[in-house]
Design a protein around this ligand. Structure first.
Ligand SMILES: Cc1cc2nc3c(=O)[nH]c(=O)nc-3n(C[C@H](O)[C@H](O)[C@H](O)COP(=O)(O)O)c2cc1C
Length: 232
C-alpha cells in the first residue's frame, strides 16, 4: 500500500460482527488507526484541519461549559521542542499539525459566568431556569478543589479529542491520540499555566507512511461485542 492510498482498509479487517452492514462511517472507523509513522512530505490541507477543529468545537460538554481549549501547533521548531518531552514520538514532527487539548486548571465563578453570559447573549434571552442552573454551578464548582475541577474539565477535553479523531477519519486524515508526553513540560513550552490551562492529550495530524509503519497491516484488536455491550 502506498502512502497515497485512501480508504483502503489498512488492516486485515475481519468482517463486521454478525450481520452488521458495512456503511461509510464504519468503513472510516475501521480505516483509522493510531498511526505510528506519518509522512513528513505530506501536509494536511488547511480546510481539512479547520473541519477537524470545528468537530471538536461542536462537541458537547458537561453543562456546555467547554472547559478546554485547543492549541494548534504547526510551527516545526516548536514541535521539535515538544518531541523529546513526548517519548520522541516521530508523529509529532512528521505530521503537519499538532493539536494540544488543554483543559481549564479550575472552574472559577468568572469562567462559569462567562459561558452562561455567552449563552444569554447568543440566544438573546434570560431564562429563570437557566439562571437557577448558573447559581447551582456557582454554588458547587468553585468550592471544590482545583484538581477535582481540572480532572472534570479534562474529561470534557477527551470528548473533543474523540470528536477530532472521528472527524479526521471522515476527512481521510491520519492521527495519533497521545497521552505519552510530560504535561508539565508541554505546559511550560506553550506557556499554558499562565492562561489557566493544563495539557491533557495531544493529537498529531498527517498522512500515514504505510511502508514504514509496523502497525498499519496488523489486525485491529477489540473485545467482541458480547464482552463489551450488555443489554438490559
Ligand atoms: C487517550 C489515548 C492516549 C494514547 N496515547 C498514545 C501514545 O502516546 N502513543 C501512541 O503511539 N499511541 C497512543 N494511543 C493509541 C492507542 O494505543 C490506540 O488507540 C489503541 O491501541 C487502539 O488502536 P487503534 O487506535 O489503532 O485502533 C493513545 C490512545 C488514546 C485514546
Amino acid at each position: 500500500m502506498t502512502a497515497s492510498a485512501t480508504l483502503t482498509a489498512p488492516t486485515t479487517l475481519t468482517a463486521p460482527p454478525g450481520d452488521m452492514p458495512s456503511d461509510p462511517l464504519m468503513e472510516r472507523l475501521q480505516w483509522r488507526y493510531a498511526a505510528k509513522k506519518l509522512d513528513p512530505a505530506r501536509a494536511v490541507p488547511q480546510d481539512k484541519v479547520e473541519r477537524i477543529l470545528e468537530a471538536a468545537r461542536l462537541a458537547p460538554t458537561s453543562s456546555g461549559l467547554q472547559p478546554y481549549e485547543i492549541i494548534v501547533v504547526s510551527n516545526k521548531d516548536v514541535r521539535e521542542r515538544i518531541k523529546p518531552i513526548a517519548w520522541n514520538q516521530g508523529q509529532i514532527t512528521d505530521g503537519s499539525h499538532l493539536l494540544v487539548f488543554a483543559a481549564w486548571d479550575n472552574y472559577t465563578a468568572e469562567r462559569i459566568n462567562m459561558m452562561f453570559d455567552l449563552t444569554n447573549a447568543v440566544r438573546g434571552t434570560k431564562n429563570e431556569g437557566w439562571e437557577n442552573y448558573r447559581n447551582l454551578l456557582l454554588g458547587m464548582y468553585p468550592q471544590r478543589g482545583a484538581e477535582v475541577n481540572h480532572q472534570h474539565a479534562a474529561r470534557q477535553a477527551y470528548i473533543g479529542l474523540s470528536a477530532a479523531m472521528m472527524a479526521a477519519a471522515f476527512e481521510e486524515v491520519d492521527c495519533t491520540p497521545m497521552e505519552g508526553f510530560d504535561p508539565a513540560a508541554l505546559d511550560e513550552i506553550l506557556n499554558l499555566r499562565a492562561r489557566g490551562l493544563r495539557s491533557v492529550a495531544i493529537l498529531p495530524l498527517g498522512y500515514r507512511e504505510a511502508d514504514k509503519d509496523w502497525l498499519v497491516n496488523l489486525t485491529k484488536v477489540r473485545r467482541p461485542r458480547e464482552q463489551f455491550i450488555t443489554e438490559v
